[in-house]
Ligand binder design. Sequence first.
Ligand code: MIC
Ligand code: SF4
Length: 758
Amino acid sequence: MAFDIEMIKKVYENMAERVDKARDLVGRPLTLSEKILYSHLWEGTPSQAFTRGKDYVDFAPDRVACQDATAQMALLQFMHAGKAKVAVPTTVHCDHLIQAKVDAKTDLKRAKEQSNEVFDFLSSISNKYGIGFWKPGAGIIHQVVLENYAFPGGMMIGTDSHTVNAGGLGMLAIGVGGADAVDVMSGMAWELKFPKLIGVKLTGKLSGWTAPKDVILKVAGILTVKGGTGAVVEYFGEGATAMSCTGKGTICNMGAEIGATTSTFGYDDSMDRYLRATNRAEVADAANTVKEYLTGDAEVYANPEQYFDQVIEINLSELEPHLNGPFTPDLATPISKMREEAEKNNWPLQIQVGLIGSCTNSSYEDISRSASVAKQVSEKKLKTKAEFTITPGSEVVRYTIERDGFIDTFDKMGGTVFANACGPCIGMWDREGAEKEERNTIVHSFNRNFSKRADGNPNTLAFVGSPELVTALAIAGDLGFNPITDKLINEDGEEVMLDEPTGNELPPKGFDAEDPGYQAPAADGSSVQIIVSPTSERLELLAPFQPWNGENIMGAKLLIKAFGKCTTDHISMAGPWLRFRGHLDNISNNMLIGAVNAFNQKTNNVKNQLTGEYDAVPATARAYKAAGVPTIVVGDHNYGEGSSREHAAMEPRHLGVKAVLVKSFARIHETNLKKQGMLALTFSNEADYDLIQEDDTFNFIDLKEFAPGKALTLQVVHADGTVDTIVANHSYNEGQIGWFVAGSALNLIAAAGAEATA
Ligand code: MIC
Ligand code: SF4
């Protein structure tokens, strides 16, 4: 049975009229991305054409998804919106709070004990507000969404950057902060700058050791971690249609790593097959009635240069398997060059652990192909050299692969199956010995490999590859091993080669599960009580942020000038800190502790200008706040890359930071800062970053004239009394300036809600 089928049918009913109207207005054939955008305008039928990369547009997404680590803050904010129920279908998924240590059963049991309070809160608040709840163990948000909710031509937002995974089913699915989700859940429009469009034409066909993952690893190498910012990536061509739906999901999923707003593929037979295999024939049938509206116009794909802002072509027949890393997902190395690169860079060649699964790459196809490699261990009398772990993406996948014997195969090669959860992908991996901080190499099929991400060890070098390659590398235990050309020595001393992986796109006997882990909400949740204990260390009701006092901000001190890469993992680390995601004050103790101080190259060690002493960043921020001194944070390019976690914006807001001034922002983080009433600013002249010194004081001398399109002027007063006057750009429109003035976007919603009930 398909969830929300009436909503889906409604989207398809409106599609033709809206898309045809948009085509008239734009005056040319349309890409799929444009069709979905123009058919989801807040105003309904389009009445004007928008300029890509420039116009802010109000949209009406069809649904919202949240995961446990971000849902807590999103729903704590939603409680202030004054609504009885969410306005669009919404789900919450418990997946991030489950630590991987022993095995699925033991770990899940422990997680339920440890995070009981949070799971209960999420379950009851979901029940109250009409939100579908997926229990711990049900699976990872994006896999569960793909299996149950994603539909071709739909638009959704989710409080997780990898929401984009649903592009595999032809959706525009976009990662956002919780405050954005609150807008949509409250029945308001959701605003996005009309994106630019990048077209990726896939020619040829995947074969042998090359997998869909290699497409995105290659694209990440080409575009880098910020090359997709502000753009939707649309894949097309014979190579795209020949690929499985879940393979497409993998490519879209890791599109988050190039900063893309989202990625998508046109509707095709692979999606029809996947919908039917996941019990959604009704959705496939409905989609088939508007098929031509669920893909780009033929003229667009025939002459992509005329319609996209940028076009990339990849010949899948020539594409090599890749490994990306360490420490950044865009450092792409074809497997044939890996030994040379590793030796040149002194990366440890010995692989300690291979990890497969996560929200990406845990489809039946991925697992069956990996199992076809794993089973060669016993067939060819090999011995697995590295440790090996599997985190299935959902209970449906786990149950089905167990039934079909794959778990047994992994078991035999020495693998451990963890719970259906994020686990090692987000630092929820109690890896033995990680605290020794030894330099070591791991390979995984996840999507991110920032420093400390998997096991908290800054000296773990993580490389990202396809699950089948990761399996082969775990067997070989050698980062330089190329399964296409290299031999292994087996236990009889013979040279053997691994056969190419083979697998099934979909389970021949169908998907199954005894209990997929879903809990439907109460039809009327008005009597459901939400209890948050005032003494809880995990959950804390939110107090509204103070509105702007209307004055220029004067005398702000530099809290930290962050050096180099500063992702949301650096700003608000995950792993052990995930436990405080529902408690703003407690989680603020991790604020920027991973960022490198440009003046001493240390992490979590900054100068307190009031005392001259060096201390941890959160402690220093608290000291300034207590003294009533505002602060600012300075950073480099692509600041806030990675996660959608709005804690990375709320923590500085809570601890008295007024502005974040950087060379450039990642999209979600910039919006999160705006929504929480902060100033998100960029250097007009990038070289001004170098002017900022450790003892600087900042005066925002024309903040009173804060207006769209008008840069702000900042006086940077150095310790010796000299002053540099610099220009700070911003991208705030009128409404967003309103958020700053009100103290946060939520303050405005809450005020409107209070007015409505008064
Ligand atoms: C991630 O992959 O970094 C996360 C953890 O899923 C985050 C969400 C979070 O920080 O809770 C994301 O991708 O948005
Ligand atoms: Fe979970 Fe990792 Fe996927 Fe984020 S990227 S949702 S942490 S599995």
